[in-house]
Design a protein around this ligand. Sequence first.
Ligand code: ADP
Ligand code: MG
Length: 399
Amino acid sequence: MAKLVISDLPDSEFDGKRVFVRVDFNVPIKDGVISEDYRIRRAIPTIDYLIEKGAKIILASHLGRPKGRVISDLSLKAVSSRISELLGKPVKFIGKVIGDDVRMEVNELQKGEVMLLENLRFHIEETYNDPEFSKELASLADIYVNDAFGTSHRKHASTYGMASYFDFRLAGFLVNRELKFLARLRDNPEHPFIVIVGGAKIKDKISALKNLLEKADKFLIGGGVAYTFLKAKGVDVGRSITEDEMIDWAREALQKYEEEIFLPVDHVVAESFEKRKVCMVVDNEIPDEFCGFDIGPKTVAKYTSQVQGTGTIFWNGPMGVFEVDDFSAGTTHLARAVALATWRGATTVVGGGETIAAIRKAEVLDSEIVHISTGGGASLEFLGGEELPGVSILNDKKE
Ligand code: ADP
Ligand code: MG
């Protein structure tokens, strides 16, 4: 069922109203400097829209995992400055989430003004979905908006508990866009549908993998995930990471989707991560004392030739330990192939925290991917057919 979006409401509904917008500003910050602000930029259209409609805007997000403690490194102060730069107007930040000071500040908000609350997870009640805390947050506003797709799979006070106090519980533009693209992948992707999966663990992705395997025409597997599949096939993988509890499942998947699944045919290996200065490329089997850390050049050629300019391409999970230059080639080549496919006309969707970092490292631009999903876990749960509490709680669109 489609969800009511902010643009579905008549403009007059927002005029002078206090609007609580749950955003996902969980961005990497080091020494007060934000290294990657994609999630902030993606929330700007929703904020712009609400400003234009004369709303009083209260933004709220979590940052990291402070587990109920106030940790100054996890303050959203730097984020408030960044939003202010992007909007070209001041953003009020008083360093608190609830309480009299917050209420006073909200009362003083004028039409079109924006304030940002402090890190929601400085209160342990947030993650416990505490009813009192939810009620307190809800008392700050007249309308609730969820634009935090990356946190929508969590049943927290700000993503779920507080929403039930509002008549209007709306999707922001970012959430709406995520749902549109991911629902298309889940329900009726344009074919050929190519899925590229890598990363560290099958277990994190299992429900999405099951669903996508059924839909995909080709399934290109790399990264740590590949070794469990290779081991299930009886290929020696040396000391590469594997998940023994997933071997049976992998073997069945290989039998059922023999035509669709592609596995690496060569590997970049080293004795260990510590001894990575000595690395080499091997075909097929990995020697006993070695670990696979990236797909090899033959695999790159095989995979990139499958990534064409038609249909749909979904990619989650790096092809190797891309954080290290010696093991980043496979991921970089794939990233560039996906970017080229976008220019040729394919609908390309990329998701996952590390995968996004990897496409940045490959210097692929935002405009070279049709949709970069801001949600890692949330996108995978959605693709796996699960309901996202932060989405279910929103108003349904009337037919
Ligand atoms: P995402 O965050 O995009 O969903 P994952 O969290 O599934 O991706 O996986 C990312 C991690 O997987 C990266 O940090 C990368 O170093 C690791 N990885 C990829 N290939 C390997 C490998 N061959 N061995 C060990 N780790 C790997
Ligand atoms: Mg990850």
